[in-house]
Ligand binder design. Sequence first.
Ligand code: KIV
Ligand code: ZN
Length: 509
Amino acid sequence: MTEIIKIFDTTLRDGEQSPGFSMNMAEKLKVAEQLERLNVDIIEAGFPISSEDDFLAVREIAKNIRKPQISGLARTELEDVDRAWEALKYADNPLIHIVIATSDIHLKHKLMKSKDEVLDAAVKAVERAKAYTPDVEFSAEDATRSDVDYLCKIFEVVIDAGATTINVPDTVGYAVPEEFGSLIRHIRETVPNIDKAAISVHCHNDLGLAVANTLAAINNGARKVECTINGIGERAGNASLEEIVMALRTRRDFHKCDTNVRPKHIYNTSRLLSHITGITVQPNKAIVGNNAFAHEAGIHQDGVLKEKSTYEIMTPESIGVSKSTLVLGKHSGRHAFRERLKEIGYELSEEDLNRAFKRFKDLADKKKTVFDEDIEAIIIDEILRIPDIYKLVYLNVISGSVTVPVATVQIEMNGEVTQEAGFGVGPVDAAFSAISNIIKTESKLIRYAVNSFTGGTDALGEVTVRLEENDIQVIGQGAHTDIIMASAKAFVNALNRLEYRKKHPVVVK
Ligand code: KIV
Ligand code: ZN
């Protein structure tokens, strides 16, 4: 019999708190909507007491996302639990997730508390949470470096206090699969009241073993797993959702387990996160990397052409990589466009569809064939973008081998359009300098990258820039067939995000 493993996605909490992956509320909501489409069981929406932004994002997700359970993290301080509940109370099915460290190393150097004090704090926090909602998860941070008898004891007392899930985090990615599997088995066989709670695991990837450890835990009785899209998370990241889901699906014969996730939404979810954060996955990343289904070696190509299963253990279509050969162009109508959007996983409102279709028509006039990647870029650029303070209205650049590159730019701010010119060593530099003459920014450009979505010189280019000001880092993106235009859009987008960040600082208490 195949057992269902619950997927607890922590992209918006553990993933989002790692450097470079911060998202604003609108972006978090987009990711949460996509996670709902993917059909994860639980969305960890954030850590409400850590900042006002996090609180508001958890509350917004709790108000808007109906199907998955919504979780919010809290330490054992009672005000953490109260704050988590304030944000989660709007959810149909809320989960308060309580964490405290249990290893000697953390008790001595970080918490400066005795084992009894930690035990007491854990019980009180679970009881407080339980008074709010029936579902409470307790995590023993740094479980894999904790004294096993103490770990079992704390799980026993929190279950008595009402915890419905006990989570075993490999916080520092220290565990080895056989050892981690045995630990889960030991907990399952030793904690006397374990039948009253689900066993969950949360593995970090410091030694590249997060997914292997998660699978070992499943094979030894864990029935809930915490993971993130593209494996993002603290340091080397968390166990990657797409790898766990596809490992279970592809080797169901071995694990005898599966998930409720709809794999055909995996690819889009991964892309959406990359677009929003500006951080793409490495080409050889399992499941979602660009090369994950590419066969380069002649002998492999020969095999795949004769029979796909020679070198393919799963199909690209199964994770939603489009197999459509139907291409869109300037003669394609609104209906075909809408159908194509649906096929690649986007269902837009009428208003959004109209905006996206207009952008599609503009692109199709310039470009013979519009590929799925182009459409995706339009959606990200036109629909998923947050409301801007600065809007790029006009850009004209003159450059060449005998002229000093000069750019003229118009930016709209608070309903007023301002125009400035700027010089530079090249056209992008000139455009950035003209923009900076209008938006007097103190920020430093610390990264500039260009990526082409499809082949050909008429491809949509996507530019990502990273800016830094007073320790705040933001990324901005812009897509256009003209790379200078894409660069200017990316720069303005980053300046918008910087303004937003300055007004909504992340405060970790
Ligand atoms: O890594 C960790 O221990 C965590 C806990 C909050 C589960 O992220
Ligand atoms: Zn973690």
